[in-house]
Design a binder for this molecule. Structure first.
Ligand SMILES: [Zn+2]
Length: 323
C-alpha cells in the first residue's frame, strides 16, 4: 500500500490568475518527480524552492516533471527552474510549450474567425487574443522530452498510470493509481469550482473544433467508472467522494443547458448575445471563459438534437429545433 505521507507531497504555489493558488505534487518514487510546476513567476519560484527545501530537496534533485496539461499555472517553470529535468506530458502540450509560431498564428486566426462568426465584437475578440498571449507568457519556452498517452506507465513513478482526461484542455492527462484508488487530477476534477471546458481550435487544420464540454463529460464519466477514492486536485482541497461531486457537476450542466434552451428566441440568437444575457456581469471581464461555458452547453443541446444552428450573413445563430 502506498504510504501517501511518505511518497506523495502536495505543494501549494501562488499564481497571478483568477483561479488562485495551484497545487503541484512531489512523488518520491525511484525518480524524484514533480507533477506540474506552477506558473513562471518570481513568487511561485521562491515558494517552490522553499517548499522543496523543507522536504530536503533542491530544484536540481528533481529528475522529471509530468505535466497534467499545458496551462501556464501548471507548466510555467519547465524552462528556467528545471532545465535539466525530463519533461513528460501529452503530445498536445508540445506546440503550446514550444510556442510554435505557425501553431500560435493558426490559433489566433481561428479564434478571431470563430468568435466573430459567433457574434463577438472585434474589440472583445482583440482582447481575447491579447489575453491569450498574456497567459502564454507565464509558460516556459521548452518542449516535452517524452510524450505519454492513455495507459502509459512512466519510469520512476511505480504504480501510476496515465489516463487521458481531455475537456478542460485537449492536452489533459491524469495519473491513476489503481491499487490505492488515487488520482492526481490536475484541473479535471476540482471541488470548489466547476472546471471550464475551454474552447480550443482543432490541432489539425481543417478538422472541426473539439466539442470540449462533451469531451469533458466523457472524461468525468471515465473517472466514475474507475476505482477512485481520492483525487489530488490542481486547485483546492482533495476530493474524497467523487461520485457525489461529479453527479453534482452533471446536474449543474443539465440545469445550465435547460436555462439556455429557455433563453433561445424563435428567430434565433448568436452565442455571444446569449452570453451577454446569461453572464451579464462578467462576460466583458472573462469573455473566453464565459463563451466556452455558453458554447459548451449549446453543443450539448445540439448533440441531443434539441437545438440547431443556422448560418446567415456569416454569423451562426442558435434556435430550437423545429422553429
Ligand atoms: Zn488548466
Amino acid at each position: 500500500m502506498l504510504n501517501k505521507t511518505k511518497c506523495l507531497e502536495k505543494l501549494n504555489l501562488p499564481t497571478p490568475f483568477i483561479v488562485g493558488p495551484v497545487n503541484i505534487y512531489l512523488i518520491k518514487g525511484d525518480a524524484l518527480t514533480l507533477v506540474d510546476t506552477g506558473p513562471k513567476t518570481k513568487e511561485a519560484t521562491e515558494v517552490l524552492v522553499e517548499a522543496l527545501k523543507q522536504h530536503g530537496y533542491s530544484v536540481n534533485d528533481i529528475d522529471q516533471i509530468i505535466l497534467t496539461h499545458h496551462h501556464p499555472d501548471h507548466a510555467g517553470l519547465i524552462e528556467d527552474v528545471f532545465p535539466n529535468a525530463t519533461v513528460i506530458g501529452h503530445k498536445k502540450c508540445q506546440p503550446w510549450l514550444k510556442k510554435e509560431k505557425h501553431f500560435l498564428t493558426f490559433v489566433e486566426n481561428y479564434i478571431a474567425k470563430f468568435y466573430s462568426e459567433h457574434g463577438v465584437s472585434d474589440e472583445i475578440v482583440d482582447e481575447m487574443v491579447t489575453k491569450n498571449r498574456y497567459y502564454l507568457s507565464f509558460t516556459g519556452n521548452r518542449g516535452l522530452d517524452i510524450n505519454v498517452c492513455e495507459g502509459d506507465k512512466i519510469d520512476g513513478v511505480q504504480g501510476w498510470t496515465v489516463i487521458e482526461t481531455p475537456g478542460h484542455a485537449q492536452s489533459h492527462i491524469s495519473l491513476y493509481n489503481e491499487k490505492d484508488g488515487l488520482l492526481i487530477g490536475g484541473d479535471h476534477i476540482i471541488e470548489h469550482i466547476s472546471s471550464n471546458a475551454l474552447l480550443e481550435p482543432p490541432y489539425v487544420k481543417g478538422e472541426s473544433r473539439p466539442q470540449t464540454l462533451l469531451q469533458y463529460r466523457d472524461s468525468l464519466q471515465k473517472c466514475l467508472n474507475l476505482n477512485i477514492r481520492k483525487v489530488f486536485s490542481g486547485h483546492g482541497k482533495n476530493v474524497e467522494n467523487i461520485e457525489v461531486l461529479l453527479n453534482k457537476r452533471f446536474q449543474e450542466q443539465e440545469e445550465k443547458a435547460k436555462r439556455l434552451k429557455l433563453m433561445l428566441p424563435k428567430e434565433g440568437i448568436t452565442s455571444f448575445d446569449l452570453c451577454k444575457s446569461y453572464f451579464a456581469h462578467i462576460y466583458k471581464k472573462e469573455p473566453t471563459l464565459t463563451m466556452s461555458e455558453i458554447i459548451g452547453h449549446l453543443d450539448l443541446l445540439e448533440d441531443r438534437k434539441i437545438i440547431e444552428t443556422v448560418n446567415s450573413n456569416g454569423k451562426t445563430f442558435y434556435t430550437c429545433k423545429g422553429n
